[in-house]
Design a protein around this ligand. Structure first.
Ligand code: ATP
Length: 908
């Protein structure tokens, strides 16, 4: 579509130009046609990595280049077979590195697509959620506070829409939007009040709009490159490993230089020693480490997706494993958000409502009169009118009286479950919004927000204007001056207020979520005259059962040393009752802090009590920020959930900001480091478990790689220092590196988490990579490998079987010791006899393949020639296997004895 001056057209003209029915939206065929014509609604993105460059990048390493040049020279000087083999090994190593890095890159790409934005559109008469990339001009968007506009739109309907356009215009004040057409064609972009622009954020209200431009044709497209994406941030561990890598390079180079010099002084030829030195350097530097770390992070993140946690910022994976406190919303996260009205308080009486779920079948037990002018009628009238939800069957909105028909189709609701529950209760009383709206028309709305804790609508009928208000009872009662009774409107006395509060507390004490309904006759449409001097009508108490999975997750949290904290906008007693059902608090005496109490507390006071509180009730989103800050000051690592726009600052401030996938707004999602796709608390705990598992795996292969490399370096270093012939030839060293660093290390990166992973306390964030005995284990294991290999080499020489056989024995010992050792690295607390060594089939396969490769090198004649190996006989094998497997077995026995004796887990 050409660039049009959309702002001067009326709503109808817009829809005519865009050829769309604003009620029904576009049809599937038309969408396809437009999609192929206009293309996807995406901004030009940076290109992914080119595989060719990625492969060539493998040869950029300094030591690899030195090795290649040296090999080429030696090839030219006549050592052709050697040179070809070394080049082949370097090539294979590059392929391995490429595969690792390519996989890492691809996994990161697929993560980016997971967090792609979505949009709610009307298509073929249905409201559906689609990827924002599939939007086309003419689509009708349904938008509300917290949404980031996914394309340029012309507003068709607006209810208090205010938009933050700072991303585009730099204007920090939110702009009020309207659906009316403007007159001046030349109105500058910032003043086009009926237009909405891609990337800007709706701060309040709701409305609909027609898409007028998508992708690079939008205003944002003009300023290309401002796309929101998962950032490829390095995690703290990756940064630390980078540093470690640099240290290892320096140390390895120093050792290699010493090896070269000593070897040459002891009579070996310089060229041979030079090769040995460079090969050792290539082998000793764990060049695969960063890629394996990325792969295991990315694969772990994909496992989290299966458990409903989507990571937006990679560092969160590590922080998750350190979480000490999880602050969670109540409604929908700890509870099912499947509300059913159970009790009604009206005319001073409490009436019970029967029925289940959203099926509008059920009765009122007690005396209730629903005739047109009754107070009960007024209560439900307010509840269904001050309401934006819809009842639905099979996803199709239902308006009207459908009692009892078509029993097979399940009832559902579209919109806020709290409001849905009110519609269902209204339907049980025979009161439907759609029937009332035949005579009354909605002319105004002040949307719900968690700060005010209420929502109001204004309806117009023959008699004039009337406001219906519903919200948290304490907030509403504060504004009420009168009460509706059978006798008409009377003054609300302090005595009656007490009675109402008592009725509210009784419901809240049974874990019911209570809403109050009030009304007010109006003389004008001014917003300011709505929420004051209200007439109280009644209370509705609804049940929102705890999620069974949350109960389990809370138990797991406790075992894992993580404290779950509930932060809710709901009433203190409701919060307390639900917290008890969830097992978050025990008994009635545990303190619950309310938003009001928080307001009165200084930062110091809050700091003093904060660690003792598990439930915060009636809090506003701004309090969440205070809570996070106070907890962080105490050194806690805090995960905090959020959904609404106002939650974004707290979510951003938390160590792990968690946004709700279903209820969450775009703004909160963007502020978060993780999104929970099913809004369930259990998913956060699952993510913590995965986070711990990933970190464990990273430690496993760091331990494996470094101890193997240490073994290799020690063999060569001590061998040459004590004047032995070169224990391993350069080509053999390179082979060891290829066989052991590749597959087994990668397989360790995807190892299963240990069963006790959620029975340990959280890790400290400032913990070193080598903490908890990892450094010691690396030294012990590396030394065992090195000395074992040297022992076999010396034994071979001593037994008189000749240098090539002694080398073959040492060479095989080095490989086999590493393949045994890989199983020891599977657990930090248990030895080889206490773990299930078959739990990771990749690891078994990797070890088998590596063993077969080693057998090929010592038994195939061609390989024997290239690698200067000999076939080993059985007693030589016996020595090799004893030296290679012995240390792992001995360690296994020691750990077994220790674990049995102490029968508790300790780190060796
Ligand atoms: P949580 O913070 O655990 O999600 P919550 O849903 O109770 O709990 P808010 O959404 O901030 O928190 O709601 C605060 C209070 O506002 C509720 O306890 C309820 O009394 C009232 N309320 C909730 N939804 C609506 C609504 N749609 N209209 C009017 N009042 C509402």
């Amino acid at each position: 579509m050409e660039r049009q001056v959309w702002h001067i057209l009326s709503g109808e003209e817009i829809c005519r130009t865009l050829n769309v029915n604003p009620e029904k939206g576009l049809g599937e065929k038309e969408v396809e046609r437009r999609l192929s014509h206009f293309g996807q609604n995406v901004l030009a993105e940076k290109k992914g990595v080119n595989p060719v460059f990625l492969f060539l990048g493998q040869f950029k390493d300094f030591m690899v280049m030195v090795l290649m040049v040296a090999t080429l020279i030696s090839g030219l000087l006549g050592e052709v077979a050697d040179a070809i083999t070394i080049l082949a090994i370097i090539f294979l190593n590059a392929v391995l590195g490429f595969v690792q890095e390519y996989k890492a890159e691809r996994s990161m790409e697929s993560l980016r697509s997971l967090t792609a934005p979505e949009a709610l559109v009307v298509r073929e008469g249905l409201d559906i959620r689609i990827p924002a990339a599939d939007l086309v001009p003419g689509d009708i968007l349904i938008l509300e506070a917290g949404d980031r506009l996914p394309a340029d739109i012309r507003w068709l309907k607006t209810a208090n829409i205010r938009v933050d356009e700072a991303a585009l215009t730099g204007e920090s004040q939110a702009v009020n939007k309207t659906s009316r057409s403007l007159e001046d064609e030349l109105t500058p972009m910032a003043d086009r009040r009926n237009m909405g622009y891609m990337g800007t954020v709706i701060v309040s209200g709701h409305g609909t709009g027609a898409v007028v431009a998508t992708g690079m044709k939008t205003e944002m497209g003009d300023i290309a490159g401002m796309i929101q994406n998962v950032k490829d941030e390095e995690t703290p561990l990756q940064k630390r490993l980078d540093q470690l890598g640099k240290w290892l390079v320096t140390i390895s180079l120093a050792v290699c230089i010493i090896v070269v010099i000593t070897g040459t002084l002891q009579g070996e030829s310089f060229s041979k020693m030079f090769f040995a030195g460079v090969s050792l350097a290539v082998a000793a530097i764990p060049e695969g480490l960063p890629a394996i770390v990325t792969v295991s992070l990315a694969l772990g993140v994909q496992r989290m997706v299966k458990r409903k946690a989507i990571i937006r910022k990679l560092p969160a994976v590590e922080t998750l494993g350190c979480a000490t406190i999880i602050c969670s919303d109540k409604t929908g996260t700890l509870t099912q958000n499947q509300m059913t009205v159970r009790q009604v308080y009206c005319e001073g009486k409490t009436v019970t409502v029967t029925g289940n779920g959203y099926d509008p079948k059920g009765d009122f037990i007690g005396e209730a009169d629903f005739r047109e002018k009754s107070v009960f009628h007024a209560l439900f009238r307010g509840a269904v009118l001050c309401n934006n939800a819809f009842l639905s069957r099979k996803g199709i909105k239902v308006a009207g009286i459908f009692r009892g028909r078509n029993k097979s189709t399940a009832w559902g609701i579209e919109g806020d479950p709290t409001e849905g529950a009110l519609l269902v209760a209204g339907a049980k009383a025979g009161i439907w919004r759609e029937t009332i709206e035949r005579k009354e028309e909605r002319v105004g709305e002040i949307p719900f927000d968690s700060e005010r804790k209420m929502m109001s609508v204004i309806y117009k009928n023959k008699e004039g204007l009337k406001a219906y208000v519903k919200g948290a009872p304490d907030s509403i009662l504060r504004l009420c001056t009168a009460e509706l009774t059978r006798e008409g409107v009377i003054e609300l006395t302090p005595q009656r207020i007490k009675e109402i509060i008592k009725a509210n507390d009784a419901m809240a004490g049974q874990a019911l979520r209570v809403l109050a309904v009030a009304e007010r006759k109006l003389t004008d449409l001014q917003e300011e005259s709505v929420e004051k001097e209200l007439v109280f009508v009644g209370l509705l108490g609804m049940i929102d059962p705890p999620r069974p999975s949350a109960v389990k997750a809370i138990k797991i949290c406790r075992q894992a040393g993580i404290k779950p904290v509930m932060i809710t906008g709901d009433h203190k007693l409701t919060a307390q009752a639900v917290a008890r059902e969830l097992g978050m608090i025990k008994g009635r005496n545990q303190r619950v802090v309310t938003g009001q109490e928080l307001d009165k507390m200084s930062e110091e006071e809050l700091g003093r009590i904060i660690l003792d509180i598990s439930v915060f009730a009636r809090v506003a989103p701004k309090d969440k920020l205070r809570i996070v800050t106070a907890l962080k000051k105490k050194g806690e690592i805090v995960a905090m959930t959020g959904d609404g726009v106002n939650d974004a600052p707290a979510v951003k401030e938390a160590d792990i900001g968690v946004a709700m996938g279903i209820a969450g707004t775009d703004v909160t999602k963007e502020a978060s480091s993780m999104i929970i796709s099913d809004d369930n608390f259990a998913a956060i705990v699952a993510a913590v478990e995965e986070g711990r598992g990933i970190y464990d795996n990273i430690r496993k292969f760091i331990r494996y790689l470094l101890s193997c490399n240490l073994g290799e370096v020690l063999t060569m270093f001590i061998g040459t220092l004590v004047g032995l012939p070169l224990p391993l030839l350069p080509i053999q060293i390179l082979w060891v590196n290829l066989v052991t660093d590749g597959l087994p290390a990668m397989a360790l990166g995807v190892d299963r988490a240990e069963p006790d992973i959620m029975r340990r306390p959280p890790r400290r964030t400032d913990e070193s990579v080598f903490a908890r005995g990892l450094g010691r284990k690396i030294v012990i294991n590396g030394t065992m490998i090195g000395f074992g290999t040297l022992f076999v080499f010396i034994f071979g020489l001593w037994s008189g079987c000749g240098l090539p056989t002694a080398r073959t024995m040492a060479f095989t010992t080095l490989v086999m010791a590493q393949l045994f050792q890989v199983f020891d690295c599977k657990s930090e607390t248990k030895g080889i006899f206490e773990i299930n060594i078959f739990s990771n089939l990749f690891l078994i396969a990797a070890v088998l393949i590596s063993s077969l490769m080693q057998l090929a090198v010592i038994y195939l004649p061609l390989m024997q020639e290239i690698f200067q190996t000999t076939a080993l006989n059985s007693w030589q094998w016996l020595i090799v296997l004893l030296a290679a497997g012995g240390p792992t077995m001995v360690l296994g026995v020691l750990r077994l004895v220790r674990n049995v004796v102490y029968s508790r887990e300790q780190y060796v």
